[in-house]
Ligand binder design. Structure first.
Ligand code: ADP
Length: 170
């Protein structure tokens, strides 16, 4: 008797500003890679937001940080994230939550995305307690004052922050 193995690829998208990537983001990525066969990290380009790093810089840092995973892809996207999911025929959106205030925001966002495309499922991954205080905005502020961010971001990001703020102080 012939038996057929049906292999369904589980694919997901993890979108964010990643301005810059932190150990909190990396933790979500390494846990998502354990669950999904393919992960797309989407660096958001939102004209309404002011970023420290350009989209190209954020993509380059993220690509460097995930280069050891062949099933993780990094791209930038300047439109609605639901349009990216439709284009790639991916149904799962991953978001990280650090606490109740994140959840309130993320819940509203997921309702909006569901309204735009009912087939999309948002999966919330709670932060690892080690990283729950990590927030890109606070890390940038600390780095701007010359504070030590080495326990919060990977070395290439710490170096990039240092370069940005050293240059800005001239
Ligand atoms: P955005 O502007 O889309 O919120 P961020 O880069 O700030 O972009 O965050 C991207 C995603 O990663 C969001 O879902 C956010 O809640 C999550 N995230 C950020 N920092 C952490 C952390 N320390 N632990 C878990 N999730 C996090």
């Amino acid at each position: 008797m012939l038996s057929y193995a049906l292999f369904i690829m589980l694919r997901a998208v993890f979108p964010g500003s990643f301005d810059p990537p932190t150990y909190g983001h990396i933790n979500i990525i390494e846990r998502a890679v354990e669950i999904f066969d393919e992960l797309h990290i989407i660096v958001a380009v939102n004209r309404e937001k002011k970023y420290l790093f350009s989209p190209e810089e954020r993509v380059a840092m993220m690509r460097n940080l995930v280069s050891h995973w062949s099933n993780v892809h990094v791209d930038m996207w300047d439109s609605l994230i639901v349009n990216y999911l439709s284009k790639e025929n991916i149904k799962v959106l991953i978001r990280g939550v650090r606490g109740v205030s994140d959840f309130a925001y993320e819940f509203d966002l997921s309702m909006m995305n569901k309204g735009l495309n009912p087939s999309i499922e948002t999966i919330f991954m709670t932060t690892d307690p080690k990283y729950f205080i990590l927030r890109s905005s606070a890390i940038k502020e600390l780095a701007s004052f010359g504070g030590d961010v080495s326990t919060m971001v990977p070395p290439i990001v710490a170096e990039a922050l240092k370069k940005k703020y050293d240059r800005a102080s001239f």
